[in-house]
Design a protein around this ligand. Structure first.
Ligand code: HAM
Length: 420
């Protein structure tokens, strides 16, 4: 029988790790990012993976690559066109409009798979995970600082190597329009030097030409008018204030050529990059999208958000060690199990910060210690028949060679565990 394989660009993920550390790091990243979101008093929202295709056409812009070429769309049994979400923002806004929550403020987060039919390569998948944040109902100002603070907290917590946060301001709709007109005027006589993709961008969404991967186009753009000349002073001041406030935490660069792949942005936009990622170097991106809610049929709802690409982010933390303490519980002798499970149960209730790996196999002490070392356990709690008959257990340090193993009473074990 033919073997069935996973689809191209779609990963199976094992928390325990597989051939690479990526899987393992993805789970660790998700856990720790959720804690940071919690610290910022963000509340979780979950929306369906499938949506009406029109949602993405109207939000991302039906001239964007994401909707034009990359969306997974198909007809359901009722011949309705539905799509796997390529991103989370549109679904969040669809949901708040539907629940009539578009008149109030919200600070939301979500985490889950997204789908884009892209050419798979390192850091680019067809199913990938995003952790996203949407701050809804607040006009420009404080939310921009909150968002950059959140990005900096994430970069700091994970100690991301070689990270740059690029920021830009796309201005008001009028500024954007004036700049696009100037860009078209500049590029029009140079059209013969542009490739097919850039010509298409010029015709449909001129700002996207700035994002061209073609080196020749980039050379031409060196003499193009700068967006900065079209911005109001308050927009430039905002960028400078953010740079001044956060530069000691994260390398921040104002880049007036930074544009985003989705059409709904206006105002402040940003992307975090790391040179350690190779060609797909952006692990996080976002910005302000004040018009999206009204465009989708809701009220005026000034909003800003961002999403982290979990796979790319997780590949950056390959050398990190997580801070949770792990202990291994090892029993030797088949008659002990029932009682020792109760001791393990009590330990878990005494200190919820410790991960206790109860070893379930009946392998040798040597094999169990090997597993304990592999899991990064700091101590092994060992219960053999002899110790157990005298109400004792052994605490064996695994990481610090200078510390000696000790035999202690069950009560002493509880005290030791509580104090960890
Ligand atoms: P985005 O820049 O399209 O923004 O995606 C955010 C992040 O998702 C990227 O920086 C990247 O790390 C990751 N990503 C995108 N495509 C792929 C892929 N094919 N494989 C792996 N990772 C990928 C958005 O999606 C916006 N919804 C962000 C946002 C939220 N803006 C406002 N609120």
């Amino acid at each position: 029988m033919d073997k069935i394989h996973s689809l191209t660009g779609m990963l199976d993920l094992y928390e325990d790790g597989d051939s690479s550390d990526l899987s393992k790091n993805i789970f660790e990243t998700e856990k720790r990012i959720k804690k940071i979101f919690h610290n910022y008093y963000l509340k979780e929202i979950r929306t369906p993976a499938l949506e009406d295709t029109n949602l993405f056409k109207r939000s991302a812009g039906d001239i964007s690559d994401i909707v034009n070429k990359e969306i997974y769309s198909f007809h359901d049994r009722n011949e309705k066109s539905i799509s796997l979400r390529p991103e989370g923002t549109a679904s969040v806004i669809r949901s708040v409009i539907e629940k009539k929550l578009d008149q109030s403020t919200h600070k939301l987060w979500y985490m889950g798979p997204m789908w884009r039919y892209e050419r798979p390569q390192k850091g680019r998948y067809r199913q990938f995970y995003q952790a996203g944040v949407e701050i809804l109902g607040y006009p420009e100002g404080a939310p921009e600082f909150e968002m950059v603070s959140l990005v900096c907290s994430i970069v700091e917590e994970f100690n991301i190597p070689d990270c740059t946060l690029k920021i830009n301001h796309l201005g008001s709709q009028e500024n954007k329009k004036a700049y696009c007109d100037a860009l078209i005027k500049f590029l029009e006589p140079l059209k013969k030097n542009l490739d097919k993709k850039d010509l298409e961008r010029l015709a449909r969404n001129p700002l996207r030409v700035l994002d061209s991967k073609n080196q020749d186009t980039q050379l031409i753009l060196k003499d193009a008018p700068s967006l900065k000349e079209f911005l109001e002073p308050k927009s430039i001041e905002l960028l400078e204030a953010i740079k001044n406030e956060f530069s000691d935490i994260c390398n921040i660069e104002i880049d007036y050529t930074l544009v985003r792949g989705l059409d709904y942005y206006s105002g402040f936009v940003f992307e975090a990059l790391s040179s350690n990622l190779g060609a797909q170097d952006s692990f996080l991106g976002g910005g302000r999208y004040d018009d999206l809610c009204s465009k989708l049929g809701g009220k005026e709802l000034p909003s800003i958000g961002m999403a982290i690409g979990i796979e790319r982010f997780a590949s950056l933390i390959s050398n990190s060690t997580h801070s949770d303490k792990i202990l291994s519980f090892i029993t030797l002798g088949s008659t002990l199990e029932a009682k020792t499970y109760k001791i393990a149960h009590r330990l878990r209730s005494l200190n919820k910060n410790i991960i206790l790996d109860m070893q379930l196999s009946d392998s040798s002490l040597k094999a169990k210690l090997r597993r304990a070392n592999k899991s990064g356990s700091e101590y092994a709690i060992i219960v053999g028949e002899e110790e157990f008959n005298s109400d004792k257990v052994i605490i064996k340090p695994l990481k610090d060679e200078l510390k000696e193993q000790q035999t202690v009473s069950i009560d002493e074990l509880f005290d030791f565990y509580k104090a960890l």
